[in-house]
Design a protein around this ligand. Structure first.
Ligand SMILES: NC(=O)c1ccc[n+]([C@@H]2O[C@H](COP(=O)([O-])OP(=O)(O)OC[C@H]3O[C@@H](n4cnc5c(N)ncnc54)[C@H](O)[C@@H]3O)[C@@H](O)[C@H]2O)c1
Length: 244
């Protein structure tokens, strides 16, 4: 399968190009705004893996939909307006979209859903994430997915992402029941740490994932690309790819 990498000069892009060489996927375009990289993909391209910047997404996915080729979105921090382009494209092409392509985090999402369902609303959910100092968006896409999984497990209030609390400051008052709070830490070279804490009156449960190498995300994204080939139009997640 002939693929193009969008954001090829970046941390994830470089890792994707490196790992793709050991798979049946052939990288025919390395696209980036950086000097010396391609600006678009050739006609023979059958799929795009995008780990660039959210503002690059609308025009790229519009073109992929015109070309009728599969699209894997790794980029996070996507605005509702940009997401509308994704939703429109998914009527014409298969799109895989995930805030985290690692096997471990996708297992963690399932475990968080189960823990939230078992422990119920008496256990307060607090999520922390830490990433390297170069990360441009906060909170991480993974932290948002974890918050949604906890919410699904409890199947109650704060169903919308906007209902989550992002950090605390000042006279916040007592913590309301059902609140889900997300805290973003930045520093050094941390690839990606996430902890979901369930704090009860008598005990705490903490579920943690620590990514040690970007290859964990890159391998999952390459797997998603190969999986997406020939699929019907629609938006898929790593749950579909991994059959979780
Ligand atoms: N879903 C996941 O599993 C996962 C994992 C890691 C990172 N990410 C996300 O992937 C994205 C990239 O992360 P990174 O750490 O590699 O960032 P990075 O800054 O190292 O790389 C991004 C690259 O995109 C390029 N770029 C910016 N605008 C562009 C445009 N208009 N067209 C083409 N290229 C453009 C930049 O020049 C840069 O080389 C971020 O949104 C990050 O949050 C997702």
């Amino acid at each position: 399968m002939k693929i193009a990498i969008l954001g090829a000069a970046g941390r994830m892009g470089r890792k994707l190009c490196e790992l793709a060489s050991g798979t049946p996927l052939e990288v025919v375009a390395k696209i980036d705004v950086a000097d010396g990289f391609d600006r678009t993909w050739p006609a023979e391209t059958e799929g795009i893996i995008d780990f660039s910047y959210h503002t690059a997404l609308p025009s790229a996915i519009d073109k992929a939909a015109q070309d009728g080729i599969a699209y894997v979105i790794g980029t996070t921090g996507i605005t509702p307006e940009e997401q509308a382009h994704v939703d429109a494209a998914a009527k014409k092409i298969p799109v895989v979209q995930s805030g985290n392509y690692s096997l471990g985090v996708n297992l963690l999402l399932a475990l968080v859903r189960q823990a939230a369902a078992t422990l119920g609303p008496d256990y307060d959910v607090e999520i922390t994430e830490m990433h390297h100092k170069h990360k441009k968006d906060a909170p991480s896409g993974t932290a948002l997915m974890l918050a949604k999984s906890a919410n699904e497990g409890r199947a109650e209030i704060n169903a919308a992402t906007d209902g989550f609390i992002y950090g605390r400051k000042g006279d916040t008052g007592e913590r309301p029941a059902g609140e889900i709070a997300i805290h973003a830490l930045r520093g050094g070279s941390v690839v990606g740490d996430h902890t979901v804490m369930f704090a009860g009156e008598l005990e705490r449960v903490e579920l943690t994932h620590k990514a040690q190498d970007r290859a964990a995300f890159a391998a999952g994204a390459l797997k998603a690309m190969a999986w997406a080939k020939g699929k019907s139009p629609g938006i898929y997640t790593m749950r579909d790819v991994l059959g979780l």
